[in-house]
Design a binder for this molecule. Structure first.
Ligand code: FEO
Length: 382
């Protein structure tokens, strides 16, 4: 990172669920930066629980100097909660944000900062040495979002984009992609088209460093991160393989799915599998987008799809699930019908190919089920 840019964010190691739903076993970071220049510029605030720690970080970095600007990339409270605390500390500071962000400030705080500068796409802010340029990034992932590009240090402040789960103090052995993927498909996945739009804009820029609002600062081989975001936001499959998601009540549907996994793996095809009643729901969303083939297996329950599977399919549809091959397995002792019900859910999804046969289980796994699974494994192999 450029020597004039200082990190003043915080780690949240107490949080269990981010946004009330995403399991974050390894915590979360709320990133904030300061650009030290003739006019000192703070980039975003942090979650409300870290007001004192953040203000202390800011003061320490400023070392007695006064900031001129606070740039607000995103008004979601995990980043905006302490705007007014900073304005109360530095009464002359000017808050720089979009018109929509300004409206939201009033909505959240019932008051406005003393000084605000409303900016729009392509506006610039001259700090002395560093020159900032603003890039609108609506719906990545709120409507008021903007990126900031410092053309001198070639740093892109990318708001939530390129963020990942996990505190910065946690050295993630899985690297960036695993938790960045779960973050992306969980939080931004619905807005692939909008991500594509902003990626096209930033492709015109020379970038050395990406400073997101969550997760590590990205510096090496930025094309890897940009290309991965391109793949995700185009709804292209990142990996070849089959993801089997099942909802089983007494273990028979599970047994069929484990058999199917074994059969497919024998062909050398990669298989990932999740028990939807047990696994992290958002890990499963991530895998459903990651792989090019999906198997959905559900018992019939009250004449319809088992609730957790129904929720899972709805979560995929909400995120514009598309460009996949999908196979269905149903189980029902007297009226199995989840295969057709699950298939019907995808009727308006783009570029979905249903893989036959649909496997019907009427209680336990018998020879008929095994031969159906063999046929399906042949249809799903690489
Ligand atoms: Fe990290 Fe959309 O807030």
């Amino acid at each position: 990172m450029d020597k004039d840019i200082l990190y003043v964010g915080v780690d949240d190691n107490d949080i269990e669920l981010f946004e009330g739903q995403f399991v974050v076993e390894n915590g979360m970071s709320y990133n904030s930066y300061i650009i030290m220049d003739d006019k000192i510029c703070i980039m975003d605030s942090v979650d409300k629980n870290f007001k004192d720690e953040w203000i202390n970080n800011v003061k320490k970095a400023l070392n007695g100097k006064k900031p001129t600007y606070l740039v607000v990339s995103h008004m979601e409270p995990d980043h905006s909660a302490n705007i007014m605390a900073l304005c109360d500390e530095y009464k002359d500071i000017t808050v720089v944000y979009t018109q929509k962000a300004s409206q939201m400030a009033l909505q959240f705080f019932n008051r406005k900062p003393n000084n605000e500068l409303i900016i729009k796409e392509n506006d610039t802010l001259d700090l002395g040495k560093h020159k900032l340029q603003f890039i609108a990034a609506p719906m990545v992932h709120w409507p008021e979002v903007m990126f900031t590009y410092d053309s001198v240090s070639k740093t892109l402040f990318s708001a939530d984009a390129f963020g990942k789960f996990g505190a910065l103090s946690f050295d993630d052995p899985e690297g960036w992609a695993c938790e960045a993927r779960r973050y992306y498909f969980g939080i931004v996945g619905k807005y692939g088209q909008q991500v594509q739009t902003v990626l096209k804009k930033v492709s015109q820029l020379e970038i050395n460093t990406i400073c997101p609002l969550h997760g590590p600062i990205l510096e090496d081989d930025l094309s890897y991160y940009l290309n991965t975001y391109d793949t995700w936001s185009k709804y292209e499959s990142e990996s070849k393989g089959v993801f089997i998601a099942y909802a089983s009540v007494y273990g028979n549907t599970e047994k069929a799915c484990l058999l199917l996994k074994e059969m497919i793996e024998k062909t050398g095809t990669h298989v990932s599998i999740a028990d939807m009643t047990d696994e992290d729901f958002h890990e499963s969303i991530e895998d459903a987008f990651r792989y090019d083939r999906l198997v959905l297996a559900s018992v019939t329950y009250n004449g319809t799809i088992f609730p957790v599977m129904n929720n899972f399919i709805e979560a995929l549809l909400e995120r514009n699930y598309q460009n996949k091959k999908i196979a269905f397995i149903e189980n029902g002792s007297w009226a199995p019908q989840t295969a057709k019900l699950m298939e019907a859910k995808f009727q308006n999804s783009k570029n979905i190919e249903v893989v036959e046969p649909k496997v019907k289980i009427v209680g336990g796994v018998n020879d008929s089920v095994i031969s159906q699974l063999e046929a399906l494994s042949n249809a799903l192999k690489d």
